[in-house]
Ligand binder design. Structure first.
Ligand SMILES: Cc1cc2nc3c(=O)[nH]c(=O)nc-3n(C[C@H](O)[C@H](O)[C@H](O)COP(=O)(O)OP(=O)(O)OC[C@H]3O[C@@H](n4cnc5c(N)ncnc54)[C@H](O)[C@@H]3O)c2cc1C
Ligand code: FES
Length: 255
């Protein structure tokens, strides 16, 4: 894998929910290479005082414009928020989702919290997909219209029942499973949710791909900060989320 740094023009940074920023950038080369599930490793602010880039997933690509959405959490994402001219971006990084509509004709896409964002570009690339989105509460519900257009079926849930279905997105997917007979599940979200999805996919015998989020350093496979445990023995036991992932087959990884 070759890694390239791109200088990207920032077109907009917009708060679409409390502390949730949608950013649009322009870069033809990056847009042409981007695949669903890959991420951008972004220089957030001054590289001397903050040398580590921050990983953010690609949410959408339209022509030469890319969109990503991030939650403002700490120093990096706070600094990112104030970058309104250009962004220095390494990417696209990592292995994305397997898009294979000839093999998987009836996919379910499930995202929780910030894990919803990378699923939009994936859903757009699938000819048919049922999308299950989970948010903590109504104020954080985002991208509903976009998913409505991209998916053949959409279910939105909130943990506190303040919007859509009351409870977890996975419970809705489970309820529909017998009727819809999904032949693959694609997932991104908090570890607890991924663990539950991994167990469900195993129970019903359906292939499942999950996108992991680990703290990252280099983003190019050199520092081992982002290691995750797998069921392999020997040298392959620990894999790097940045290089071998972030998307893995669910049965490969120990969560
Ligand atoms: C492959 C990948 C894709 C991601 N995509 C998105 C995305 O699309 N949108 C988005 O909002 N966020 C995404 N993240 C998470 C994002 O990278 C972190 O929230 C960000 O790096 C935090 O940086 P910070 O300097 O603002 O916060 P820090 O000051 O570094 O940390 C603030 C808090 O966030 C925690 N944290 C930091 N990094 C992570 C992480 N990787 N996973 C879990 N907790 C973390 C820290 O432990 C701390 O509690 C992604 C992470 C990965 C690995
Ligand atoms: S972040 Fe350095 S190896 Fe993955």
């Amino acid at each position: 894998m070759s890694y390239q740094i791109h200088s990207c023009k920032v077109l907009s940074q917009k708060e679409i929910a409390p502390n949730i920023i949608e950013t649009r950038i322009q870069n033809k080369e990056l847009a042409e290479q981007a695949k669903p599930g890959q991420f951008l490793h972004i220089q957030c602010g001054d590289p001397i005082s903050m040398p580590l880039r921050r990983p953010i997933s690609i949410c959408d690509v339209q022509g030469d414009i890319l969109c990503f959405i991030y939650e403002v959490k700490g120093r990096g994402t706070k600094a990112l928020q104030s970058q309104t001219e250009t962004l220095d971006i390494l990417g696209p990084v990592g292995n994305g989702f397997t898009v294979a509509p000839q093999t998987y004709k009836n996919p379910a896409v499930i995202g929780g919290g910030i894990g919803v964002y990378p699923m939009l570009y994936l859903t757009k690339q699938l000819p048919t997909a049922s999308a299950y989105l989970g948010f903590r509460n109504k104020s954080l519900v985002t991208l509903e219209e976009e998913f409505k257009k991209a998916a053949t079926f959409l279910s939105v849930s909130t943990d506190d029942g303040s919007y859509g279905n009351n409870g977890f997105a996975l419970d809705c997917l489970k309820k529909d499973f017998a009727e819809k007979q999904f032949d693959i599940i694609y997932a991104c979200g908090p570890k607890g949710m991924l663990r539950a999805i991994q167990a469900f996919a195993k129970e019903v015998g359906v292939p499942c791909q999950i996108s992991l989020e680990e703290r990252m350093g280099c983003g190019i496979g050199a520092c081992l900060t982002c290691s995750c445990e797998t069921h392999e023995e020997g040298a392959g036991k620990y894999q790097r989320v940045c290089k071998n992932g972030p998307v893995f087959w669910a049965e490969e990884v120990v969560l």
